[in-house]
Write a protein that binds this ligand. Structure first.
Ligand SMILES: Nc1ncnc2c1ncn2[C@@H]1O[C@H](COP(=O)(O)OP(=O)(O)OP(=O)(O)O)[C@@H](O)[C@H]1O
Length: 225
């Protein structure tokens, strides 16, 4: 899928300023962003998701313009068809697994009291082997299960792209390895484009068909060999 980003944003916190100046273009469905802490990786995903408004520039996904300062376009997050998974998965603690998955689908008379009635919820619970845990709450789940709930909730909305901010950082080594392979297979099966932030070289190797390094708010030039 075509992703085109060319944005600038200045952030100021007390006496510290940060300039984000990201320009990237890719046709890949498996993109990895990596780089040191504080480089601007999360801000880049937030800009794509519509959670951060650049001062100027352009963001295009497929044929859709999500942001274009010159044309006065800034789609709100809910119109972007972008799923953004935070580092801590951000599940709703007071909702069950099924209700979490159903959350974004609420429309018309469908309500969260009977999430199983929704075929999309049933489908995603089954494909992530979560049917047996449908009535559990997030604190009753393992780290891997919590991550699968977050993925199921994101994918239920059939997004154009999945943005993952350090998806495995909260998992122990064994589970991290397994979830990395699961995510890789899932991406291939569903054909959903994804952009992943990571610090882990193993993620680069498995999930990154195209890899961008971000340093000091900018895409670093490719290393020479
Ligand atoms: N709301 C804000 N106001 C001011 N500065 C901010 C704000 N949000 C982030 N920053 C600064 O922008 C820089 C980039 O932050 P960002 O979260 O994108 O880093 P990152 O590359 O994702 O780091 P990490 O790998 O540690 O998550 C940091 O120096 C941070 O302090």
């Amino acid at each position: 899928m075509t992703i085109e980003i060319n944005i600038r944003k200045h952030l100021q916190a007390d006496d510290r300023g940060f300039n984000l100046e990201i320009a990237l273009h890719t046709e890949s469905d498996r993109v990895v962003l990596y780089g040191p802490s504080g480089a601007g990786k999360s801000l880049t995903l937030q800009a794509i998701a519509g959670l951060l408004t650049p001062d100027e520039g352009l963001i295009r996904l497929k044929q859709n313009t999500l942001f274009d300062s010159a044309g006065g376009i800034c789609l709100p997050p809910q119109q972007r068809k972008v799923a953004y998974l935070f580092q801590d998965y951000a599940l709703f603690p007071h909702l069950t697994v099924a209700q979490n998955v159903a959350f974004g689908l609420r429309r018309g008379c469908f309500n969260l009291r009977r999430p199983h009635d929704h075929p999309v919820v049933r489908k995603w619970l089954a494909s992530f082997e979560l049917s047996a845990a449908a009535n559990s709450y997030p604190h009753q789940l393992s780290g891997g299960q919590r991550q699968r709930v977050a993925l199921a909730r994101a994918l239920a909305l059939e997004p154009d792209i999945l943005l993952l901010d350090e998806p495995f950082s909260a998992l122990d080594l064994n589970l991290r390895d397994r979830m990395r392979r699961e995510l890789s297979e899932l991406q291939k099966q569903l054909n959903v484009p994804m952009m992943v932030i990571t610090h882990d070289p193993a993620d680069l190797a498995l999930l990154g068909d195209e890899i961008f390094e971000i340093r000091d708010g900018m895409i670093a030039p490719p290393a020479r060999t």
